[in-house]
Design a protein. Structure first.
Length: 113
């Protein structure tokens, strides 16, 4: 997190689909106040750029429907598309499934065994 906040990988992108997942989970597991407060914090964070996803829908649906090696959710398929199109293939995540996606450079680097 320190490296991200220091701009080590550039600015962060917050996809509309990810925002929807976060606030929905918080609504279900906590309450509306927590979900709304967190949503406002995310939208106002200077480290994050909000990315509307309506324009991404056709490409995301195509990639989601045709995946054979991965088991990405629809939102994760959108994340991979944005990483390829807007972040030079860079993706900061701990989700190992993204390491199977050709054309992505996933950070942090996998720990040495």
């Amino acid at each position: 997190m320190e490296q991200f906040l220091a701009g080590h990988w550039g600015g962060g992108l917050l996809l509309e689909y990810v925002f929807l997942e976060v606030v929905t989970v918080l609504l279900v597991r906590r309450d509306l106040a927590t979900a709304a407060r967190t949503g406002r914090i995310l939208l106002e964070a200077r480290e994050l750029e909000f990315v509307p996803c309506s324009d991404l829908f056709p490409e995301t649906m195509e990639k989601f429907s045709r995946q054979t090696v991965t088991h990405l959710s629809f939102a994760d398929s959108a994340i991979a598309a944005v990483a390829r199109n807007r972040a030079e293939g860079q993706l900061l995540t701990f989700d190992a499934e993204f390491r199977k996606v050709r054309g992505l450079r996933v950070f942090p680097a996998r720990p040495a065994s």
